[in-house]
Design a protein around this ligand. Structure first.
Ligand code: BG6
Length: 506
């Protein structure tokens, strides 16, 4: 193993001039721990390669993949190349140059001496390039290894900033961050033994989506929406993230997680916070994250003794997606044939504060539904008095604002107009803004954005620990109740794959 780890860093042809790429980050090395897993080939290396193609990486920049599998640099580069090729995103001549910055170290996650070798390898790499020793440790690992790996990195001195030939040191942790409140606190304490909060980047890729970032701009860079963004004008809010995909090859993880841990504890809670939070005084990471915490703190504790009224859980059965027959969840490879893991949930939640008192927020997420749709729909109240009631009846459809995240990246406002013609009639029309309208520049993929922000040390789009804990404090009692109640089986409805999204009635 050591001989692979100790391979001296080859000279890179990427010129190490004093130029730091278009985003201006410091030179650094990204150490991907768990690099032989799916995420590295599917998301991380393609995102880094794309940044390289667009001159978005600092110079010098290195990728060091670490994993248990015995590979050498060439074999690891070959794997990455094959993955990029399969995704159709390989410019071979550029790749060859980029690949020179990719290295591989075999690591035994439980063995301290492996990390000593890694530390030596990293220092050697930096010395050769006269680089400042800045490092990002990206955990692309099963969550059960987060604690061990964070501690080992700390024990060999790689978490210390500005000492022992280190520059800055950051750790990126993928979700799930714990599986309930207790384990999230415990995980945090282990990481914090060596890393401080400003060094910890807890990812939620939803936050890096352009259209999700836009929510705060939309709300707080316009004066016309904020005055009506409250209980006086809003009837309810629907936050939806449904997809056609099933569990794919992730049964091992998903069986333990289910939809609430997989989607609600992270993405849905962030969409809720962005929709409901108060305006921060400054657009800076801590101010924004302070307001999110306040929103989480205001969540009304879930009525666990009356769960069914506020929560619907489902699991996909068989059905048809895009014309193809798909198997039920319980027949998926790796899934327990009697599994009670929910793949779908709708939750009705309330935020107990002045702005939102009495306004229900419906959070809906699930797999194997008719289409992939992610959006926030704000349903306004009906007009208080209809002067058209004699001609048009009492009801006039109320305004609706949709913040489309996928597939339509657009903002749509629905309102009433007069239908042309002699007869008095109304018609609903929409005013649309498409996100790419009048913009032809590059759009960063969520992982590209996450990686850039991490290199820049900007934590705006990452979870802070207090928010994680408040969010778990809200969800843990629900999970406990769902997972321990006697009629667990009756709580779970089997829904048809490819069918319409079930909704909770207001
Ligand atoms: C991930 C979940 O975090 O988000 C997946 O683990 C889900 O189960 C995915 O499919 C959805 O992300 P997106 O960006 O495709 O909406």
């Amino acid at each position: 193993m050591d001989e692979i780890i100790k391979a001296t860093a080859p000279d890179l042809e990427i010129p190490s001039q004093d130029f730091t790429g278009v985003y201006g980050s410091d030179p650094c090395t990204i150490v991907i721990v768990g690099a032989t897993g799916d995420l590295t080939a599917r998301k991380l290396v393609p995102a880094l390669f794309n940044l390289y193609l667009n001159d978005g990486l600092p110079k010098p920049f290195h990728i060091v993949g670490c994993g248990r599998t015995r590979l050498d640099n060439q074999q690891f580069r070959g794997r990455m190349e094959t993955a990029l090729d399969a995704a159709g995103s390989l410019d071979r001549s550029k790749w060859l140059k980029f690949a020179e910055s990719i290295h591989y170290c075999v690591i035994d996650y439980e063995d301290l001496s492996s990390y000593r070798d890694l530390a030596e390898f990293l220092r050697d790499l930096d010395e050769k390039k006269n680089a400042p020793g800045n490092r990002i440790f990206y955990f692309s690992l099963p969550p059960s290894l987060y604690k061990t790996v964070a501690q080992m990195i700390g024990r060999v001195g790689l978490a210390k900033e500005g000492e022992e030939n280190n520059g800055w040191s950051r750790v990126v942790v993928e979700k799930p961050f714990g599986r309930n409140l207790e384990t999230a606190v415990d995980l945090d304490q282990s990481i914090r033994e060596y890393f401080q909060e400003h060094q910890i980047f807890r990812i939620d890729h939803y936050l890096a989506k352009e259209t999700v970032q836009n929510i705060l701009m939309f709300r707080f860079a316009n004066s016309i929406f904020e005055p009506i963004w409250n209980r006086r004008y809003i009837e309810h809010v629907n936050i939806t993230a449904v997809e056609t995909l099933g569990v794919e090859h992730r049964a091992g993880y998903y069986e333990q997680a289910g939809v609430i841990r997989d989607m609600f504890q992270n993405h849905m809670m962030q969409l809720l916070a962005l929709t409901a939070m108060e305006p921060p005084s400054l657009f800076q990471a801590d101010q924004v994250r302070d307001e999110k915490v306040k929103a989480f703190k205001s969540l009304r504790p879930f009525p666990v003794d009356n769960l069914y009224k506020y929560l619907f859980l489902g699991q996909y059965g068989s059905g048809t997606i895009n014309g193809n027959a798909v198997r039920p969840y319980r027949d998926e490879p790796g899934v327990n044939p009697n599994s009670l893991t929910p793949t779908f949930a709708v939750m009705k939640v309330f935020i107990d504060n002045w702005r939102w008192q009495g306004v229900p927020f419906y959070l809906t997420s699930g797999k194997r539904l008719a289409k992939k749709l992610t959006e926030i729909a704000i349903q306004f109240k009906e007009v208080p008095h209809s002067m058209f009631r004699k001609t048009l009846g009492q009801t006039i459809a109320a305004n609706r604002l949709r913040l489309g995240i996928y597939p339509d990246e657009k903002v749509t406002l629905t309102f009433q107009t007069k239908n042309p013609g002699a007869k008095v009639r109304l018609r609903s029309v929409t005013m649309d803004f498409s996100y790419d309208q009048n913009y032809s520049g590059p759009i960063l993929d969520a992982y590209e954005k996450v990686l850039i922000d991490c290199m820049l040390g900007d934590q705006m789009l990452f979870w802070r620990q207090d928010s994680i804990e408040h969010s778990w404090s809200f969800l843990t009692p629900i999970l406990d109740e769902c997972e321990s109640c006697d009629n667990r089986e009756n709580m779970l409805r089997i829904y048809e794959a490819g069918g319409q999204t079930p909704r909770l009635l207001p």
